[in-house]
Design a protein around this ligand. Structure first.
Ligand SMILES: [Zn+2]
Length: 208
């Protein structure tokens, strides 16, 4: 696992170089005389603030101008974001919850593990894990009802998403369906997968 904290603070070139191993699971290093290829299959997890000050969405505290927020988010290119399956917003923990954690209903690790194991089994029975599905296999295993396909097309147009992002959304939707032990991808699975494209929605909202 590769964890990058404060993602937009990394040099843009460094992030762009990650595109190759994220896609292929291999990295090619070229020097004057020779070229070598190394295995580089890893899971990328990254964290960032929504704006330079960190309080975007809280008008009383955020002092960033829309231009500053846009510049900050634009440090992440579309092709780089395409290769990240899920963008999730993590809101601040409310004070009451912070002071009274026992009031919350928590799902234990053992329960989560059991669900994940069951979802992985379903994938292996199809022959491959979802993240390994080729475009042809996606057509076969990630079929959508007609109305849902139209919904996905509209969302792709609205967010300006690529074919690569579309495949990633379908693989995530397939996994959400597997987690709920469902043979077909339903509308709720698709909508949940689309909800994990938060950064593109934010970039879109700030485009001017
Ligand atoms: Zn701010």
């Amino acid at each position: 696992m590769l964890f990058l904290d404060e993602l937009p603070e990394f040099d843009r070139h460094v992030l762009e170089v990650l595109r190759e191993p994220l896609e292929s699971g291999r990295v090619t290093i070229s020097r004057a005389a020779s070229q070598a290829e190394f295995p580089a299959r890893f899971q990328l997890v990254a964290a960032m603030n929504p704006c330079p000050c960190g309080y975007y969405g809280n008008p009383e505290r955020c002092r960033c101008t829309p231009l500053e927020v846009r510049r900050y988010l634009n440090k992440l290119s579309g092709p780089f974001l395409d290769r990240i399956d899920m963008h999730v917003e993590v809101p601040p923990v409310p004070k009451e919850q912070l002071l009274n954690p026992r009031g919350q209903q928590e799902v234990g690790s053992a329960e989560v593990r059991q669900k994940v194991d069951m979802a992985r089994d379903r994938q292996q029975q199809r022959g491959r894990l979802n993240h390994q599905l080729s475009p042809q296999e996606i057509q076969q295993h990630c079929a959508l009802a007609d109305a849902d396909r139209q919904l996905l097309e509209t969302a792709l147009d609205k967010l300006g998403l690529s074919a690569r992002a579309c495949h990633r959304i379908l693989r995530v939707a397939r996994t959400i369906a597997d987690l709920s032990q469902s043979d077909n991808i339903g509308r709720s699975h698709l909508l949940e997968a689309l909800s994990y494209r938060r950064l593109e929605r934010l970039q879109q909202a700030l485009a001017f």
